[in-house]
Design a protein around this ligand. Sequence first.
Ligand code: NAP
Length: 350
Amino acid sequence: MKYNVAILGATGTVGQRFIEILKDHPWFKIEVLAASPRSAGKKYKEACKWLLKSEMPEEIGEMTVVNTDVQEVSKAGNVDLVFSALPGDIAGPVEEEFAKQYPLVSKAKAHRYDEDVPLLIAEVNPDHLGLIPVQKERRGYDGFITTDPNCSTIQLVLSLKPLEKFGIKKVLVSTMQALSGAGYPGVPSMDIIDNVVPFISGEEEKLERETLKIMGRFDGDKITYADFKVSASCNRVNVSDGHLECVFVELEQEPSIEEVKEAFRNFRGEPQRLNLPSAPKNPIIVREERDRPQPRYDRDAEGGMSVVVGRVRKDPIMTVKYLCLGHNTIRGAAGAGVLSAELLAAKKYI
Ligand code: NAP
């Protein structure tokens, strides 16, 4: 038996990735597609400008999109789980309505900092799911909300987690972020052709704050944020998919570069131990070439679910520096959402 899922924001950049990943999923079946009133009532193939290289699945194209409204979604199908890929500025109250009834995995920013809401990376902080009973009790929900971090944060924190054992003191990160991270139609072509835009609204704050919540300690009913410092500087570049980040970390210890690489290579989490369907075998892949990772060549590693690290070297000011690359709409968005849902299912939260 499969879990029936609804996708909110199904016509968007992330919604399309959800469809691509879920269409043949062993545990989940797409039951309801919801979007804005602009799309509601139309067949999916009429409402959606499909942006992926893979074909839109025929049966999905024939489904009728409904409004993002609990009653409409409930009427359209027997739903066990909701994925939300709604714009952050409208997601807040809508997701709360859904969570009264359904388990909901959100890609949006609205509830990421709520005290009783997990901000989950399945390999990094699965214990934070312990907030779910706290949230249900406190809010009186039958369902619940869990959130996934921002795309640029997911790949950064996946790469930081193996370094935790050396004692993280400070992190500097400078990003080169792909266009698909801005949704569709995203950044106007006249702004980005032959250019780099050194500003992404809210992005630096997300990296600096989310990292500390995810790497924080779960104390039974709350998260105590990690106490190191993160400083981020974010740029939009003319690349379709795949964020590249230059990361500089000051550590308490002085591990050798080989020890740092070993820590990356050997890193495994709960999804790998549980053999979850979307779990990459290697959450972190280390490249040895002097000019990798690169978005075009490395973003699809293990189906876009692995983070690729390269140019690991000593830093004269901090302790170590490296580049890290992640597929922003797969590992940074829909793929991470599906992995979170698989973990929820494996741990019997749904
Ligand atoms: P997008 O391409 O702009 O898609 C937005 C989706 O939300 C569309 O399906 C749209 O439906 C729907 N929508 C817009 N206004 C709505 C309304 N008033 N009521 C109901 N539905 C509405 O955005 P995206 O890039 O997929 O991002 C979705 C969410 O994921 C955002 O919160 C974003 O921050 C987050 N996220 C994105 C990425 C990424 O790499 N793109 C990564 C991580 C997280 P219509 O087609 O009907 O307008």
